[in-house]
Design a protein around this ligand. Structure first.
Ligand SMILES: Cc1ncc(COP(=O)(O)O)c(C=O)c1O
Length: 375
């Protein structure tokens, strides 16, 4: 489909092309010095002690659960209004995802009050998702976690560059998990990053990423090691030098691009309020600095969403839904009756409009006109 305005688009230029070319010329493709540079640059950018690059954010979430020792019988509180990977990671380690409601129609993030109500003697951790890059109430969530001795994992897939109280999201909890999938604010095609300030966790995460081995091919190439031991049941969740090089080029652009996203989101907000006041726009009252990953709106109650999206499509504008709630999927069918009224209502009305740094204000105006015409 040739969209007039797609949902998202990448910002690649000669820098990414040159970065890839340099790797090919260097003849070292697996994790090596460029991956190390990507990790240290990302750690510097997020002001965190350790950054560990992995093959995608799903792998990051899996490793985070493993490294924190979460396992069979444990419960982990997660939002249902998220991408399925957040909850899947809990199940990969044999633990049970427990779904908490979101705060309100304005704040689509996990509700601290809902978290509090779901804590049992089996709860081990909370995974928060910073929806669209808007910060969860981290002070409240960390205080609950401290009170009950729980770990906090941040699914920061949408939130590279987001801040709360001047501190980057993904660095508030025990471990942060970032995604560099192709629709994300910075992309390597597939890719992800783990962040932590804890030395032991960092060492564990690095080992689990590469088969639980005590040395890497790169260490042996550099003559730093001859052999290795395997001390954990690890995985191959490594990134490669090509993607690390693209990641470095993208990281250099992320601040500027996030600023564009925030600017375009503001234009959307003003235009929608002025021209289609019956539409609700979440995160009007958000705090902190958002990465503005996506532009969600809530259609008026009773609107036929399928028809609305069909009409947008006819006008060449791609839209999407973030998200069909995880607890409603067939693979999550259980006897548990989840109490998620706000999630369910928001999820039934949500539509995501196109947002990407290079789209320009004129395209925003075209989308808003199409929204008006489609309602
Ligand atoms: C909230 C959230 N969590 C996790 C993921 C998984 O990321 P990845 O595709 O890098 O595995 C995504 C990706 O879309 C996401 O949006």
């Amino acid at each position: 489909m040739d969209w007039r305005i797609p949902l998202s688009d990448i910002d690649f230029d000669d820098n990414e092309a040159l970065a890839v070319q340099n790797i090919i010329k260097s003849r070292w493709l697996t994790m090596g010095k460029v991956t190390q540079e990507f990790e240290s640059s990302f750690a510097g950018y997020t002001q965190t002690k350790h950054a560990i690059a992995v093959t995608n954010a799903t792998a990051a979430l899996h490793l985070a659960c493993l490294a924190l020792g979460i396992g069979p019988g444990d419960e982990v509180i997660v939002p249902s209004l998220t991408f399925v990977a957040t909850a899947n990671a809990v199940r990969y380690v044999g633990a049970i995802p427990v779904f908490a409601d979101i705060s309100s129609h304005d704040d689509l993030n996990i509700s601290p009050a809902a978290i509090n109500m779901l804590i049992t003697s089996r709860t081990r951790a909370i995974i928060v998702v910073h929806y669209a890059g808007y910060p969860c109430d981290m002070p409240a969530i960390l205080s609950i976690a401290k009170q009950h001795g729980l770990f906090v994992i941040e699914d920061a897939a949408h939130a590279v560059g987001s801040e709360l109280n001047g501190r980057k999201l993904g660095t508030w909890g025990d471990i942060g998990c970032f995604s560099f999938f192709s629709n994300k604010n910075m992309t390597t095609g597939e890719g992800g990053m783990l962040t932590t300030d804890n030395d032991d966790l960092a060492q564990k995460l690095s080992r689990l990423r590469s088969h639980g081995m005590t040395s890497l091919t790169w260490d042996r190439h550099k003559g730093h090691a001859w052999s290795y031991d395997v001390v954990d049941l690890g995985y191959n969740y490594r990134i490669d030098e090509i993607r690390a090089a693209i990641g470095l080029a993208q990281l250099a652009k992320v601040e500027k691009n996030n600023e564009c996203r925030r600017h375009l989101s503001q234009i959307y907000r003003s235009a929608l309020q002025e021209r289609v006041s019956q539409v609700d726009i979440p995160f009007q009252n958000h705090v902190g600095k958002t990465a503005a990953h996506i532009m969600p709106i809530l259609l008026p109650k009773g609107t036929n969403r399928e028809k609305f999206m069909g009409s947008m499509k006819e006008q060449g504008i791609q839209t999407s839904i973030h998200y069909p709630p995880v607890h409603t999927f067939t693979a999550y069918n259980s006897d548990t009756k989840w109490n998620l009224p706000v999630t369910e209502e928001v999820a039934s009305r949500e539509v995501t409009l196109p947002l990407f740094p290079t789209m320009g204000a004129e395209a925003v105006d075209t989308v808003v006109s199409a929204v008006c015409a489609s309602l």
